[in-house]
Design a protein around this ligand. Structure first.
Ligand code: CTP
Length: 405
């Protein structure tokens, strides 16, 4: 997790801070204070057990609002509406999030006010887990986190260090400064950082016809490329999305050019790269295409069938040769010797950096909504945690922004 000393501008942002029963709840006091200092309006919802770890009085004083724990106020019977809490918030930040609460979130359990609020929240939800290292590493917890991330919940990974148990490992809640920096990035004001810039994104699978009925293609869903196009557009850039086959809707503000074959994608991408400030090569382009395409459906015979294939043109390498000082980002999907292959591609295609996915990693790859990637550039490797594809897109665009001259 990135550390920063810079306080983000959260003026006018409404943050609902959820506290669950972990020893790390003491850090929620500092977290609340930092959010308030950054200008946010903070309300706090606690699970009943969380009250054992930090007093409602402390949190009420720091947040300048009464604390919500029960479904209704025991004094006067006033109803604490989870629906209106969820509607009020720009972000529901659950920190610390225990293994128990994470599991209940996955299962849709609604036995306290924090959980009912989660189930009805329409705003982005962020969790900062805190637990013992073995609980964190347990396959149940890891699968729960993966499920939550794939449903759009954002994860601020725990840090490594000394734990309340006295053991040392991964599980301690991220530091309050790091959590505030994360929320600041998500809700911060100055988000049109790419206004006036233009980018090309290739996405999805190409289709190489064999005859009018059959084709050669691959499993790419296009989700990663579409998420990048959406992220660039949201930051104010003009985006041409050169798209192979996908079932996805065009992201808002993006110009989409539909293509079928690698040859069509080549023409569209090369044309769009004229006058662009950079490109992200996310498409799964066929490396081979049939030498001949039959204009009639091929009929089966008794023997074997051989289809001769020829190489397609490498779109990324072509843009690499025209790149100049523009930004070019590539992808590599590998099953073995991942980093060696990715480094070869980085050099061969003149990428500024390459985003490596390994099909060996749980939660990475084609159809899912999560991804686990490593950035590789001339300076080295940076391994990212499991994130939603949308968050991976955010990280890629952050890195691109640093490279834009
Ligand atoms: N790429 C491209 N045009 C092609 C082939 C690949 O633009 N004709 C881009 C992809 O979008 C991706 C990168 O190049 O950014 C992947 O490199 P590549 O060498 O094609 O990977 P593989 O096809 O997986 O290569 P190999 O078969 O050697 O593993």
């Amino acid at each position: 997790m990135e550390r920063t000393t810079h306080t983000p501008d959260l003026k006018g942002r409404r943050i609902l801070l959820g506290i669950t029963g972990s020893i790390a709840a003491y850090k929620a006091a500092m977290l609340c204070r930092l959010l308030v200092t950054a200008g946010a309006e903070v309300r706090v919802v606690m699970t009943p057990l969380a009250k054992q770890f930090i007093t409602p009085l402390t949190m009420a004083t720091l947040s300048k609002n009464p604390i919500l724990v029960e479904f209704f106020d025991p004094e006067n019977g006033a109803w604490n509406s989870h629906v209106s809490l969820g509607e009020w918030a720009d972000c529901f930040l659950i920190a610390p999030a225990t293994a128990n609460t994470l599991a209940k979130m996955v299962g849709g359990v609604a036995d306290n006010l924090l959980l009912t609020t989660y189930l009805s929240a329409r705003c982005p939800v962020v969790v900062a887990p805190a637990m013992d290292l073995d609980m964190y590493a347990h396959v149940a917890t890891q699968q729960n986190l993966q499920t939550l991330v794939s449903r759009g919940v954002r994860l601020v990974e725990p840090a490594e260090g000394e734990l309340a148990s006295g053991l040392h490992g991964k599980g301690r809640m991220a530091e309050p400064e790091a959590i505030v920096a994360y929320v600041g990035k998500m809700l911060g004001k100055d988000d049109k950082t790419l206004k006036g810039k233009r980018f090309v994104v290739t996405a999805g699978a190409t289709i190489e016809p064999i005859d009018p009925v059959r084709f050669i293609s691959n499993h790419s869903s296009g989700k990663m490329g579409y998420a990048i196009a959406e992220e660039l557009a949201q930051r104010g850039a003009a985006v041409t999305l050169v798209s192979g086959r996908t079932a996805l809707a065009t992201p808002a503000g993006v110009e989409r050019v539909d293509v079928l074959s690698a040859a069509e994608m080549y023409d569209a991408a090369v044309a769009a790269f004229e006058g662009a400030d950079g490109a992200v090569m996310c498409a799964a382009v066929a490396d081979y295409t049939p030498m001949e395409v039959s204009d009639r459906k091929l009929k089966k015979g008794d023997g074997e069938l051989t289809i001769q294939l020829r190489r397609t043109q490498d779109i990324a390498a072509e843009l690499g040769s025209r790149k100049g000082d523009r930004v070019l980002v590539g992808f590599a999907l590998e099953t073995h010797d991942e980093e060696v292959h990715a480094e070869e591609k980085l050099a061969k295609k003149s990428f500024d950096f390459i985003v490596l996915n390994s099909l060996r990693d749980a939660g990475a790859g084609f159809r899912g909504d999560t991804n686990k990637v490593t950035f590789i550039d001339a300076l080295g490797h940076e391994e990212l945690p499991l994130l939603s594809k949308r968050e991976v897109a955010g990280r890629i665009v952050d890195k691109m922004e640093k490279l834009i001259r």
